[in-house]
Design a protein around this ligand. Sequence first.
Ligand code: NAG
Ligand code: NAG
Ligand code: NAG
Ligand code: NAG
Length: 306
Amino acid sequence: MLSQNSSFRTWHRTVLLVGVLVLLVSLVVVIVLAVILTPGKEDISSTLPQWKGRGTTKNLQEVVLGRCYNYITTVNPELGNKDCLKIWETLQDAFMYKNPCNITTDDYQPLMDLARHPVPCNKSLFWSKTNELVHRYTKADDNFLTLEDTLLGYIADQVSWCGDPASPGINYESCPKWTECESNPSTVYWKMASKMFAEEACGVVQVMLNGSIDAGAFRSSSIFGSVEIFNLDPNKVSTIQIWLMHNIGGPKRDSCTGYSITRLKSILEERNFTVSCEDNYRPVWLFQCASEPGHEDCRLCLCGVQ
Ligand SMILES: *[C@@H]1O[C@H](CO)[C@@H](O)[C@H](O)[C@H]1NC(C)=O
Ligand SMILES: *[C@@H]1O[C@H](CO)[C@@H](O)[C@H](O)[C@H]1NC(C)=O
Ligand SMILES: *[C@@H]1O[C@H](CO)[C@@H](O)[C@H](O)[C@H]1NC(C)=O
Ligand SMILES: *[C@@H]1O[C@H](CO)[C@@H](O)[C@H](O)[C@H]1NC(C)=O
């Protein structure tokens, strides 16, 4: 009775083993067939990104809403009545489901109207090629505001976005660079926001340029050189102060008397602005030295670089 039972178990085990083996073999056959029969070659090209630029920032809605609420509650609480939800919705309407190479100023006008706000006189600080320094500086000195310290600049700083005519209407994989097409969502946005920022400026305005780059501190192709200077209002803005900053330790490629600054001055003077220029504007230079106190440019009296 005992041995009969154990041989029955052995038989049962064998059947089970054979079953598992058959199952495994058929699984392998199915996988091999699937690999052979799937048209893989064509898929490769369709998974290549469509554009050369960074795709839409993940969680764009949360990022924009979070920044907007942060701006109106802690960064600039005097601003008051801005509807962040509405701002997000109009931003979304401007680019979602649209061809990302065919964005117009009309697409963004409602957003610009909703989000624009005045900038106090004497506070506007323009910049070109000094992105890192200028923003560290305005964080430390609230006498000055850059575009990125206004609501429109704040919500979009370092963020990428673009649409796609197909569902879900947003391209998270890639977005066109301005070299691929100029009328892309970012370029059109920043040009409009820069234009508005320039239009709002009044009193004494300042611009921080980079005297350590090869191409010259003033470039007429920059947003500052192509958009902002032409939208300053001579009836509101009296003086433009140029702060020409060099890297600590150089190189010193451009100066207030150099070719590119001379050109900038003449463009501005033709538009009836008073212009001044300072090499290594002292408060900013001291600020730069604060992060590299041991450097010899910072040790040699306080005027070593002038
Ligand atoms: C671009 O947009 C304009 C106006 O919305 C439209 O007339 C034109 O056909 C669009 N072009 C392309 C290539 O989508
Ligand atoms: C702006 O600066 C000018 C010149 O320094 C000064 O006369 C004017 O009072 C300032 N305006 C404000 C609002 O601070
Ligand atoms: C000038 O531009 C260079 C290259 O973009 C950058 O590394 C440097 O920090 C800039 N200097 C200043 C003073 O902003
Ligand atoms: C600059 O001022 C002069 C004299 O007041 C005036 O004739 C000229 O039209 C002004 N130019 C501009 C661009 O406003």
